[in-house]
Ligand binder design. Structure first.
Ligand code: NAD
Length: 350
C-alpha cells in the first residue's frame, strides 16, 4: 500500500504530519513517501507539479494531500500558481468521482447556522461527477449572433460516464446506509432524463440499495429543511458543485470536512475540503481532523480497510466527546488544544 504524501503550503505540512502519525499508529503495511506540490514546489523546482511528484503520484496507490496556495504566489503567472498544480494532478490521475461527506458530530451541533435538532448527527455523502457535464461540454463560447453577444455551453453526458459515477455511489452506499438519492432536472433537461434512466438501470445490480430520485431545486430545499433524510446523494458536475458546498456548510466547521477523488480503479486523492489557511499557518493551531478523516477515507475507498477507517473515525468522535477542540471549533468550557495536541489525542483514543 503505497501512499504519496503531498503536504503542500500554509497549514498543509502541519495537518498532514498529524494524519501521517495517525496512519502509522495503526500498524498497517503502509509505504509513505513525501513529495512537493503547490507553492513549495514552485519555490524548489520552478513547477507547481514537478516531474518527480508526477512520478511519485503515478506509482502510488493513493495520494494524501494537505492544501496548496498562499499570498506569496498570488501574483505569479497562471502556470506557476500553486492551484495549477492541483488541477494538473487531478487531471493526470483521471479522477472522475468526488466524494464529500458532510458529517456533523452531535458535540459540534452549535457550529451550524441551522437549528441543532435539524443537523445534529447529520451524516451524508455527496458523490459528484467531476470530469464531464456543462463544465467540459462543447461547443462553448461567446459569439455575435444577430448583432448581439451570445454565450453558450453544452450540457452533455454519455451513458458510460453516468454509469460509472452511479456505480461509485451504489458501492459507497453499500458501506453506509444503503440509500442513494440521484439528483437531476429531468423535467426540463434531456441530459438528465438519460441520467435518470441509466440510474434506474444501474440500480438493478444493487437490489440491497434503495434508489430514489429528486429534482435539483427540491434537493437544494430539502438539504436545509431536512438534511438527515439523505444517505448518499449522487449528481452531475454542476449540480454537485453547488449542492456539495451547500451540504458542507450545514456542518459549519470547515476544519472537519474530508474529501476523496477517485479514478476507475479506486486510486484516490484524499484531502481536506479547506484551503491552506495562510492566516494561521505556522502557529500550530490548525485543526488537523479534516486531514485525519481524509486518511480514514483513503483506508476505506482505496484500500478497502473498512475497520481501520472506522477506528480512526471512532477515535475522532471520542476526542470530540472528551471535549478537545482546536480554536476553530472551540466553545467555552471545552479543552482548547493545538494541532499537535489534537493529533496526540486522536492517537491516544486509537
Ligand atoms: P481557507 O480554507 O484556506 O481558509 C478559510 C478560513 O478558514 C480561514 O480563516 C482559515 O484560517 C480557516 N481554516 C481553514 N482550514 C482550517 C483548519 N484546518 N483549521 C482551522 N481553521 C481553518 O480558504 P481561503 O482563505 O479562501 O484560501 C487560502 C489559500 O488556500 C488560497 O491560496 C487558496 O487558493 C487556497 N485553497 C486551496 C485549496 C486546496 O488546496 N484544495 C482549497 C481552497 C483554497
Amino acid at each position: 500500500m503505497k501512499i504519496c504524501v503531498l503536504p503542500g503550503d500554509g497549514i498543509g505540512p502541519e495537518i498532514t504530519a498529524e494524519a501521517v502519525r495517525v496512519l502509522k499508529t495503526l500498524d498497517l503495511k503502509l509505504e509513505l513517501e513525501e513529495g512537493l506540490l503547490g507553492g513549495c514546489a514552485v519555490d524548489a523546482a520552478g513547477d507547481p507539479f514537478p516531474e518527480a511528484t508526477q512520478k511519485l503520484a503515478k506509482e502510488a496507490d493513493a495520494v494524501l494531500l494537505g492544501a496548496v496556495g498562499g499570498p506569496k504566489w498570488d501574483n505569479h503567472p497562471r502556470e506557476l500558481r500553486p492551484e495549477r498544480g492541483l488541477l494538473r494532478i487531478r487531471k493526470d490521475l483521471g479522477l472522475f468521482a468526488n466524494l464529500r461527506p458532510a458529517i456533523l458530530y452531535p458535540e459540534l451541533a452549535n457550529a451550524s447556522t441551522l437549528k441543532p435538532e435539524v443537523v445534529a448527527g447529520l451524516d451524508i455523502l455527496i458523490v459528484r461527477e467531476l470530469t464531464g457535464d456543462i463544465y467540459f461540454g462543447t461547443p462553448r463560447g461567446i459569439e455575435i449572433r444577430h448583432g448581439e453577444r451570445v454565450g453558450f455551453n453544452t450540457m452533455i453526458y454519455s451513458e458510460s460516464e453516468i454509469r460509472r459515477i452511479l456505480k461509485v455511489a451504489f458501492e459507497a452506499a453499500r458501506k453506509r446506509g444503503k440509500k442513494v438519492c440521484s439528483i437531476d432536472k429531468m423535467n426540463v433537461l434531456e441530459t438528465t432524463q438519460l441520467w435518470r434512466d441509466v440510474a434506474n438501470e444501474v440500480a438493478r445490480d444493487y437490489p440491497d440499495v434503495e434508489l430514489s430520485h429528486m429534482l435539483v431545486d427540491n434537493a437544494a430545499m430539502q438539504l436545509v429543511k431536512n438534511p438527515k433524510q439523505f444517505d448518499v446523494i449522487v449528481t452531475g458536475n454542476m449540480f454537485g458543485d453547488i449542492l456539495s458546498d451547500e451540504a458542507a456548510m450545514l456542518t459549519g466547521s470547515i476544519g472537519m470536512l474530508p474529501s476523496a477523488s477517485l479514478d476507475e480503479k479506486n486510486k484516490g486523492l484524499y484531502e481536506p475540503s479547506h484551503g491552506s489557511a495562510p492566516d494561521i499557518a505556522g502557529k500550530g493551531i490548525a485543526n488537523p481532523l479534516a486531514t485525519i478523516l481524509s486518511a480514514a477515507m483513503m483506508l476505506r475507498y482505496t484500500f478497502n480497510l473498512e475497520e481501520a477507517a472506522r477506528r480512526i473515525e471512532g477515535a475522532v468522535k471520542k476526542v470530540l466527546a472528551a471535549g478537545y477542540r482546536t480554536a476553530d471549533i472551540y466553545e467555552p468550557g471545552m479543552k482548547k488544544v493545538g494541532t499537535r495536541e489534537m493529533g496526540d489525542a486522536v492517537i491516544a483514543a486509537l
